[in-house]
Every structure is written in structure tokens, then in C-alpha cells.
Design a protein around this ligand. Structure first.
Ligand SMILES: NC(=O)c1ccc[n+]([C@@H]2O[C@H](COP(=O)([O-])OP(=O)(O)OC[C@H]3O[C@@H](n4cnc5c(N)ncnc54)[C@H](O)[C@@H]3O)[C@@H](O)[C@H]2O)c1
Length: 367
């Protein structure tokens, strides 16, 4: 993820009409073999270190993007914030709820530090259009919301284990901690907070090659289906919201989707068809789903014409523009052209902790 960010800083001129530009001044990774790539491509980098505290001591660094395994989030995020550096953190923003609570209380003590959590998928133009419709309260009474993030590479039982499949590094949440922020981002920004959850969690592949010739136990949850009731803050009404985070969903490579069904308007988008927005208006009469090519109509304008396609690295770019825009201007460009806030990460921890209890007790848990 560090290289994803670095590469787009090298094409910052792609963005139009922005009054900010990041410059990468330093790199930290415990794996020194990664430094060569940065050295080859970024002459601006003045400091390479395997100890993140060296970055905190560097007065020339204003902000840090910290993408490290989940068991390190609490310690490192809090140290960054205490050092007065602005922070783009990664999900799940703490390995569990106590870690997230600790990060949020550290933030309260340092209100001048700007902190957000990365989650890029709402920056697809079709997703932004759905967000505009939420903003305009166009859906009518919400019938149901489906949002999710699906992967499939773990279907291969011979894929060696890595830290994301180990409870001690990835956390008890498993796939929810790894993928859940993406599924929650738009619903939570819309204020659609779940009030209860019945979670169906699955461990499908319980052993994997350990990369050293043996087998290792794989104890994390592979798939989670969270059946929630959420409250629409505008109408005060409850509606069903189904959030899926699957690491083993046959055929799905990196599928993020959102579907909102309303009495007036329904919309759905999936990264499987990255430029296609499905849309239905209903005012009586025939119920006709329309299909619209969204092209490159992004929140932050770029040199690419509106008729062309958008891709994963472009939405990461948009997310970084949103982070810097909000840091520089003190407010987001638009409510939904914004990164996940620390408060929104806290809501995901409430949900995932309740989901674990729901699975344990095989019952619906109030949040
Ligand atoms: N937003 C997204 O789409 C997205 C995608 C993938 C991962 N992530 C998140 O990014 C974070 C990292 O995931 P990843 O896939 O990049 O993992 P990764 O294993 O590919 O990279 C983690 C890096 O952290 C380094 N590291 C470990 N301990 C360190 C320490 N103490 N100090 C400095 N560096 C250290 C490792 O050497 C490694 O290079 C996680 O929180 C993950 O959930 C987000």
C-alpha cells in the first residue's frame, strides 16, 4: 500500500485545480529490501529507516501514511499522533475494540492532529453518484441496503498462510477487520448505523502451508455475513442492511459493491463493472432498470476526459486527494468525497465486536 501511494505522488500533475501536493520525504519499513524501489524512483526521499521513531523525530515530516499489520496499529498510530504528525491510518484502525478505543482517546488528547482512515472504493464515479443521491435524499423509504467486499484467492488451499490469516496479527475479527471498513464506509457516512446484528461467520480452510514445508492452523474467520437492522436518521425508520466480507467467494477477485433499494429510487454498483451504474426510478408504472456508463467523472477533476474508464489506482488517487484537501481546507470537498473518520472506525469496531458475540451466542446482538 505504501508503494501504491508513492506511485501516485509521482503523477500528481494528473490532478487539476488542487492547491496541495505531497512530497515523500522519508520511508520506514522493517524490511530493508523494499528501499531499493523507492531509491530508484523517488530522489526526494531524504531518510530511510527501519525504526519508525526516526520518522517521528524528523521535523521535516508533516504527515505519515502508516500501512502496517493490525497488531501494530495501536502503538504506532498513537506514537505518530503524540509526535504531532498528521496520520492517514489503515483499517481496521486497531486490531480490536480496546485498541481502537485507545487510539481514539489518544486523538482526543491531540485535537490539532488531522487523522483519517483509508478506504478508496466510494471514489468510483458510480459510487459518488450513489452518494449524491443519498445526500439529496432521493431514495424515498429505504427498503434494503446491501454492501460488501468479496475476494476469492483463499479458495486455493495451497496458498501459504500469511499474517492476514493469523489471529495474533490480523485479529479475532478475521475477514471483517481486513475487509469490513470498505463495506461500512458509505453506509456509515450516510449515518446508517446498525442497531443490531446477527452474524454468520465461517472458517472454511482451517489449515494452510506454513511456507516452511509444514502446515499451520488458520484460525481467522474467512467469510462474514452480517445481517443488521440500521436506522435511517432522516426518517427514524429501521431497514435491513446486509454487509458481506468474504475472503472465499468463488470467482470474486476484488469485488466491492453497494446496492440501495428505495421506494422511489434504487441503485447498484459493483467494481465488477467499474463504469456501470444501475439505476431505477419509480413513480408508478413499469419498473425499468437503466444502465449508465459513468466514465471518469471523478470528485477531484483530472486531465483524463470524462468519457474514459476508471481503475483501482485512480480511486486510490482520489482518496489521497480527499485526505489532503480536507487537511488543507479544514473540510471535505463533499460529505462523501472524504476519507473514513476516526469516529466511523469506532462504529465498525462496535459492529464487528457485536458480530463476534452474535456468532458465539448464535443470536441477534444489540449494538
Ligand atoms: N486500503 C486498502 O485497499 C488496503 C489494501 C491492503 C491492505 N490495507 C491495509 O494496509 C495495512 C498493511 O497491509 P498490506 O497489505 O500493505 O501488508 P503488507 O504485509 O504487504 O505490508 C506491511 C508492511 O509493513 C512492514 N512492517 C511490519 N512491521 C513494521 C514495523 N514495526 N515498522 C515498519 N514497518 C513494518 C512490513 O515489512 C511490510 O512491508 C493493513 O492495515 C491492511 O489492512 C489496505
Amino acid at each position: 500500500m505504501g508503494r501504491e501511494f508513492a506511485s501516485l505522488t509521482a503523477r500528481w500533475c494528473h490532478l487539476l485545480d488542487v492547491d496541495f501536493q505531497p512530497r515523500i520525504a522519508a520511508i520506514c519499513d522493517t524490511n530493508e529490501s523494499l528501499f531499493g524501489w523507492y531509491k530508484n524512483h523517488f530522489p526526494s526521499i531524504e531518510q530511510f529507516t527501519t525504526n519508525y521513531r526516526d520518522l517521528l523525530a524528523n521535523p521535516r515530516i508533516e504527515a505519515i501514511y502508516c500501512a502496517i499489520p493490525h497488531h501494530l496499529h495501536q502503538q504506532v498510530y498513537c506514537d505518530i499522533v503524540r509526535a504531532g504528525k498528521h496520520l492517514m491510518g489503515e483499517k481496521p484502525f486497531g486490531i480490536d475494540k480496546p485498541a481502537n478505543d485507545a487510539i481514539l482517546s489518544c486523538l482526543k488528547e491531540h485535537p490539532n492532529v488531522f487523522v483519517r482512515c483509508s478506504s478508496e472504493f466510494p471514489f468510483y464515479p458510480a459510487a459518488q453518484k450513489i452518494c449524491d443521491m443519498i445526500e439529496n435524499k432521493a431514495f424515498g423509504k429505504i427498503i434494503e441496503v446491501n454492501s460488501g467486499y468479496l475476494h476469492s484467492s483463499d479458495l486455493d488451499p495451497n496458498k501459504p498462510i500469511n499474517w492476514k490469516r493469523m489471529v495474533e496479527f490480523n485479529g479475532e475479527y478475521g475477514c471483517m477487520g481486513d475487509l469490513g471498513m470498505h463495506a461500512c464506509h458509505i453506509p456509515f457516512k450516510a449515518g446508517w448505523k446498525p442497531v443490531n446484528v446477527r452474524a454468520l461467520l465461517a472458517k472454511i480452510i482451517t489449515e494452510r502451508p506454513d511456507g516452511k514445508g509444514g502446515q499451520a492452523a488458520c484460525k481467522t474467520w474467512d467469510n462474514a455475513t452480517l445481517c443488521c437492522e440500521a436506522r435511517d436518521p432522516d426518517r427514524g425508520e429501521l431497514f435491513p442492511m446486509i454487509l458481506k466480507t468474504h475472503r472465499i467467494d468463488p470467482g470474486q477477485k476484488n469485488t466491492w459493491y453497494i446496492e440501495i433499494k428505495g421506494t422511489k429510487v434504487s441503485m447498484r454498483f459493483s467494481t465488477k463493472l467499474p463504469k456501470t451504474l444501475f439505476w431505477m426510478d419509480y413513480q408508478g408504472g413499469e419498473q425499468i432498470w437503466q444502465q449508465i456508463d459513468m466514465g471518469n467523472d471523478t470528485a477531484f477533476k483530472t486531465i483524463t476526459g470524462g468519457i474514459f474508464e476508471i481503475a483501482f489506482s485512480d480511486v486510490i488517487f482520489q482518496m489521497w486527494a480527499a485526505f489532503l484537501y480536507e487537511y488543507v481546507h479544514g473540510k471535505p470537498l463533499k460529505r462523501f468525497a472524504a476519507c473514513v473518520t476516526p469516529q466511523e472506525t469506532a462504529w465498525t469496531h462496535e459492529l464487528f465486536t457485536a458480530a463476534l458475540a452474535s456468532q458465539r451466542e448464535t443470536k441477534t446482538v444489540e449494538i
